[in-house]
Design a protein around this ligand. Structure first.
Ligand code: FAD
Length: 388
């Protein structure tokens, strides 16, 4: 494997053209490396397209502190990354701080108030506790049955399909090679056991100095093919899209089993199921009905709003809800950045920044030991895999 002294000649195969692979490739290019993206289908069309683009974990207080530190590091990079993407692509990603509201009802299935307030204080996340009247003033369509709410005014969102298009445009501008319909089926090593090439399904063998496994939900199976144990599995999520007048719903609203994400043009994403069913395409009527019922209970006025689209995607799940980041022990040149589960868009700039520098020889500035590839498998309740 070439070291950073020869950085400008370092050829790095990125397996997977999702937000993680594509953004890391862009950052590697900016550091002078020669990344090449290998994507089995169309880049940016899997989880990274399907997600809701909320830039805050669902219930971050349920994770270890190291996860919040990684999220904070990534979110701090979002404004500059977004500015760079919009400048280099000429597109708007619709990144905005629309704020996040968690309404509180007497019959809530999950009572978050105490943990949420403590976590926000510890990590200096600006939160406001609102009574029922203030909550209804802030979000007039919400049910007046609520007893109050928690409000994080600075939480952001991004229109992730647009972010992916912007990343792809920036990659094209810099002539970073992107091969679509190019499925990686193997990684070859040299006599010392270091990465030497990648093998594609069409028989092509490409000589490389390093490989980054960023294949989303497919990473676990591909890793097994490469002789590496990586417990990443798909967790299916279904989403329903409503279309209302712009500004009727103003904030991201999260409650028990559903969240709403209002886009600038009046679209409202209603998400998302958590299903451990493997790769099983298609929508399910009962799941969609559950999402809608939960929505209408919270915001009765949305009952009359048109459903314009439905889709699903596979989150790259991990047993503890956290990504795998770093080198593979014993295989020089082999790197992993996957398993971002419910938070891959929020974690994208942090992952790209940390991984690109690490691959190029710089030690990470953050303690990433909780995210190491060979950590013990621990199933974390509520943030890890859902029950089958
Ligand atoms: C319904 C839903 C809602 C979500 N909401 C949010 C949210 O609000 N906020 C947030 O931050 N995150 C959210 N996420 C999660 C986020 O979308 C993912 O964590 C993130 O997109 C993962 O990015 P990725 O690049 O690892 O995976 P992907 O986008 O899935 O990309 C992986 C790519 O690898 C390719 N690939 C696989 N195998 C191979 C191979 N052998 N050779 C070549 N290419 C291969 C695939 O075709 C795919 O394009 C959501 C996800 C879903 C499904």
């Amino acid at each position: 494997m070439k070291q950073s002294g020869q950085a400008n000649q370092m050829r790095i195969a990125i397996i997977g053209g999702g937000v993680i692979g594509c953004l890391t490739a862009l950052y590697l290019h900016k550091l002078g490396a020669q990344p090449v993206i290998l994507e089995k289908g169309e880049a940016g069309r899997e989880s990274s397209w399907a997600g809701a683009g909320i830039l805050c974990p669902i219930h971050p207080w349920l994770y270890p502190d190291s996860f919040t530190q990684l999220i904070d590091a990534s979110l701090n990079l979002f404004p500059a990354m977004n500015e760079m993407l919009e400048r280099e692509s000429g597109l708007k990603t619709e990144w905005q701080r629309s704020g996040l509201l968690i309404p509180l009802f007497a019959d809530d299935r999950i009572h978050h108030r105490q943990n949420a307030l403590q976590w926000s204080k510890r990590f200096a996340w600006n939160v406001e506790e609102l009574d029922a009247k203030q909550s209804c003033e802030l979000e007039p369509m919400i049910s007046d049955q609520l007893s109050g709410s928690l409000y994080w005014p600075k939480v952001g969102q991004v229109r992730n399909p647009r972010m992916l298009t912007a990343i792809k445009k920036a990659l094209a501008k810099y002539h970073v090679p992107m091969h679509e319909q190019a499925e990686v089926v193997g990684v070859g090593v040299d006599g010392q056991g270091a990465v030497a090439n990648v093998k594609l399904a069409n028989g092509t063998v490409m000589a490389v100095d390093a490989v980054l496994l960023a294949a989303g939900s497919w990473s676990g199976a591909l890793a097994r093919q490469l002789g590496l144990a990586l417990p990443v599995e798909p967790v299916k999520g279904q989403i329903v899209l409503l279309k209302d007048k712009p500004g009727k719903i103003k904030h991201i609203i999260k409650h028990d089993d559903v969240y709403l994400v209002p886009r600038m043009d009046g679209h409202i994403l209603v998400g998302a199921s958590m299903e451990r069913v493997g790769f099983k395409p298609g929508m399910t009527e009962s799941v969609v009905n559950n999402l809608l019922e939960s929505t209408y209970r919270m915001i009765p006025g949305l009952k009359d709003v048109a459903i314009v689209k439905q889709w699903m995607g596979y989150r790259p799940g991990s047993p503890d809800g956290m990504p795998y980041l770093g080198p593979v022990e014993g295989v020089p040149g082999m790197w992993v950045a996957t398993g971002h589960y419910r938070n891959g868009v929020a974690l994208a700039p942090g992952t790209a920044e940390l991984m690109s520098r690490w691959i190029m020889g710089e030690e990470p500035t953050l303690d990433l030991s909780d995210f190491r590839v060979n950590r013990p498998i621990v199933h974390l309740d509520k943030v890890g895999f859902p029950a089958v």
